[in-house]
Design a protein around this ligand. Sequence first.
Ligand code: PAF
Length: 283
Amino acid sequence: MSGPIVVDSVAALRAQLRDWRREGQRIAMVPTMGALHDGHISLVRIALERAERCVVSIFVNPTQFAPTEDLDKYPRQLAHDLDRLREAGAHLAFTPGVAEMYPAGFATKISVGGPSSGLETDFRPSFFDGVATVVAKLFLQAAPDCAIFGEKDYQQLCVVRQLCRDLDLPVEIIGAPTVRDTRGLAMSSRNAYLSETELAVARQLNVVLRQTAAALAAGADEASATGDAAEALVRAGFRKVDYVAAREAVTLAPWRRDRAGRLLAAAWLGTTRLIDNVEISRG
Ligand code: PAF
């Protein structure tokens, strides 16, 4: 099987997509920062079910990293990523450099309100501005019919939905279930930073979240249940817990028992920050 077409300029991307669109083909996009794992490949599979053509962007977006974060050490492995895309049957990889996405003089920032408030934003204040800006650019460059985002980054998924709604971007946003290893750890490019011992601790994140969501669904007091969860994570070996929080599933407003809920968490294992989330079923 031949590999995906690889383009690194907006002009080449548009030229190829124009041809496919002229032929009446639907285009699905999977935005990524590369270091592709089974979670990303599951997004490609969904894209291929939803459209004739699957476009995967691979771009480590500097504007969503704070100066103290891991931009420099973020894994970059293009040859491996293209192999994985070839196996998965993706049609095009868009691999722009920083100068293509943010040419000299670039001066625009998109700031989404609503679901971006709190949670990640309390700890990474400019993260969603960076995500919203680059996702808006990718959607304007590729004009896909739909785009697939993993539920693993649940707040990001809600922010992207809000972005498209507010800016009338005609892209259907499809949320995809989190892919986990056999012991429940959510797939993440940052798992590559973890030692074997840390991986064992990391798996407790999902265990604690599932137990806490079950307790909340059964009527447990929200503040005590989320506080207990944070303590359980520290006991399990996490260095620091940024948050364990219950939210309304669509708007991420404070959780109400009569609405679909989501339990979200972020915690540090050594120097690696992990996030995860689970559904809170209605009691
Ligand atoms: O989830 C990611 O990998 C990134 O935040 C995204 C959506 C590709 C934007 O850079």
